[in-house]
Design a protein around this ligand. Structure first.
Ligand code: ADP
Ligand code: MG
Length: 289
């Protein structure tokens, strides 16, 4: 048992703790029950530097979730290599995960859910409790620590999931459409909180979203995926905080937004499985916000 955080998890209150993520020629296929192969990830080369906030957008089924699962080590590539800080990814407390559905453990209270990932790390109970309380304070949930998931609103459950992803200062945080089920107002507040926590803890974040606006509000860099590949790699470079007012829609924010949106629209219209396949006009832009 150790009193301090394990090596693979930095100090949440300490300095920058992110790690670089590398994909070198990574491919991953799945075999469907009919014997058909789906190339979910197709020869991806990607370098995410330490502490970067990367957003991934792209049509449904283009491989976004599979890319995250390769990065957390839960799925092994068929070809190529995935590495985190130079080593193969290892599922565990060094990698924080967050999903659209909260995936909280119903019989554990808020503190028990947030501390769960640290329990396999070899930390002492007192150290885990300290990390958990610190993280709950940072997401404004300290006074709810003894409540159970069934007693919480959707927004609060997702806040617990955020605390769980960030507790103990992981090097990497992988987020799969984490705010997609929230109402617009809660979502904006969560985005603000996430940026504040990222600024304080500085993990490397890979954030999958359906929303071009969410990607542009949050990320340093936006990757557009299609057919298992990274088709576009865009540095955002806009100052924060980013507020997409009408005036800015005409400026660099709007230009980036239109560029990414058109890229996705073209991918959706070229996909024979899409309801928009073959359309030549403008697909409803609000559908991929
Ligand atoms: P996205 O997250 O972009 O919607 P996914 O990464 O979930 O896409 O899926 C990419 C492709 O791989 C899809 O065609 C999907 O059906 C397929 N796929 C993903 N996971 C599995 C699996 N476990 N078994 C079979 N096919 C899968
Ligand atoms: Mg997905």
């Amino acid at each position: 048992m150790r009193d301090v955080a394990p090596q693979e998890r930095g100090d949440a209150a300490g300095p920058a703790s992110g790690s670089a993520i590398h994909f070198d020629g990574v491919s991953k296929s799945f075999v469907l029950s009919g014997g058909e192969h789906v190339h979910a990830i197709d020869n991806v080369h990607l370098r995410v530097p330490a502490n970067q906030f990367v957003a991934i957008v792209g049509p449904s089924g283009c491989g976004k979730s599979t890319l995250l699962r390769l990065a957390d080590g839960l799925v092994a590539p068929d070809a190529g290599r995935v590495s985190i800080a130079g080593s193969a990814p290892k599922p565990g407390p060094g990698i924080g995960m967050m999903f659209q559905n909260f995936r909280l453990i119903p019989w554990r209270n808020v503190a028990g859910n947030v501390g769960f990932a640290l329990e396999s790390s070899g930390l002492r109970r007192a150290a885990i409790d300290e990390y958990v309380q610190k993280q709950l304070q940072q997401v404004g949930l300290a006074r709810w620590s003894n409540h159970y998931p069934a007693q919480l609103s959707g927004g609060m459950k997702q806040r617990v999931a955020l605390a769980r992803a960030l507790v103990g200062g992981p090097q990497i945080v992988l987020m799969d459409e984490p705010f997609a089920s929230l109402d617009a107002q809660t979502r904006e507040l969560m985005q603000d909180d996430l940026l504040a926590l990222w600024d304080r803890q500085r993990p490397t974040i890979v954030f999958v979203t359906h929303s071009v606006d969410e990607a542009l509000m949050l990320a340093d860099r936006v990757l557009v995926m299609g057919g298992g590949r990274v088709l576009d790699d865009i540095m955002v470079g806009l100052p924060r905080p980013r507020i997409p007012t009408d005036a800015e829609q005409a400026g660099p924010y709007g230009q980036l937004r239109r560029h990414i949106w058109h890229r996705i629209r073209d991918l959706v219209m070229a996909d024979p499985n899409s309801a928009f396949f073959g359309r030549t006009g403008s697909a409803p832009e609000s559908g991929i916000r």
